[in-house]
Design a protein around this ligand. Sequence first.
Ligand code: UD1
Length: 423
Amino acid sequence: MDQIIVTGNGPLSGQIPIAGAKNACLTLMPATLLSDEPLTLTNAPRLSDIRTMTTLLQSLGAEVQALQDGQVLAMSSHDLTSTRADYDIVRKMRASILVLGPLLARFGHAEVSLPGGCAIGARPVDLHLKAFEAMGAELDLRDGYVHAKAPAGGLKGGIVEFPFVSVGATENALMAATLAKGTTVLKNAAREPEIVDLAECLRRMGAQIEGEGTSEITIQGVDRLGGATHRVVTDRIELGTYMLAPAICGGEVECLGGKIDLLAAFCEKLDAAGVSVEETPNGLKVARKNGRVSAVDVTTEPFPGFPTDLQAQMMALLCTAEGTSVLEEKIFENRFMHAPELVRMGAKIDVHGGTAKVTGVNRLRGAPVMATDLRASVSLILAGLAAEGETIVSRVYHLDRGYEHVVRKLSGVGAKIERVSGQ
Ligand code: UD1
């Protein structure tokens, strides 16, 4: 298995291009199932999660062609052959559940394997299922599969009130509602930029949607959707990750394609820690204001709050901050698995339940560490950039799920980083 070796070395300088958002692309791809006309996505990221979604859609009979080195995905669900998403593919990636809404809405039935647990908590799909029930679907959980059936004549519009915010459940319900009869109102909906991006794409396909980006989305169902071409929004998590690189080891880096409104809460915390973020015509320029950064407290929340997907990377920064920071994880249980690995590098971190107390040290030391999930793996690379000596990160397949060309992007701004084929 491959490993990434990072050697801490001085300040970084240059530009890093930011890719299209993995999480947006993973919900835009299943939108192809809603129509028999082609859907083309541009600015798609080249990631293993995207390849997994490609395999899943192909298993249903959809055509998915990766063009222009994978940055363009040309899809058609004209000749679907199946409405069953098999365990073998679904178990690899939770976002597979996002095919359920579109299949149910267009064909009136679907069978999708339950995704099962994952490394960052139990992550059930009950909110997705409740939303379909509110649209009149009958659901039966058998043999590890959700067997979903729409009423005769198709899904019906309804009021869906989410008890708490779920990105995936909002996306699934939004897609299903575009083809339901009548009006659907999603209350306490997620407001993430990826939801706005999905709504924009669906509207291009002919859907009638209002209120995306707020906590109440209203969808007027239509009889059919057509084709469209849509550009995937910038990946705000990849953006935030690379913004942390100069914050951690000094220098100045411009993240191309970045915008503050994708990450306002995160930028506020960087400012409070002593990191300046400047909007340029091409993106965001990031540099430390003075020498060492200062401690800040961070609580993860749904958008527009501080994203849980940047908590591990922020912790890497705070490991060398002046003072003690408190990080509270409110979205997922068990999302501090990077903490013991950072401790192996000399960090001072105490974890109690959903809270981590991080006391900054002057310098981290390189060590062999293990990636435990996607965001944890990149936090270890960031920590390694500023550590004394060599950090060897293993299990980097987690990284390939969400970061394209990480070695090329970081070495392009002067980092000493290489990927080697490990044992
Ligand atoms: C998406 C993102 C993920 C991000 C997360 C929160 C994708 C592909 N993934 O995941 O990177 O970390 O949003 O920003 O877009 N929950 C339930 N029942 C449900 C659904 C969710 O209890 O039916 C819980 C989850 O366990 C979690 C919380 O709700 O504690 C929020 O999860 P959700 O917003 O649904 O995350 P995902 O859509 O899975």
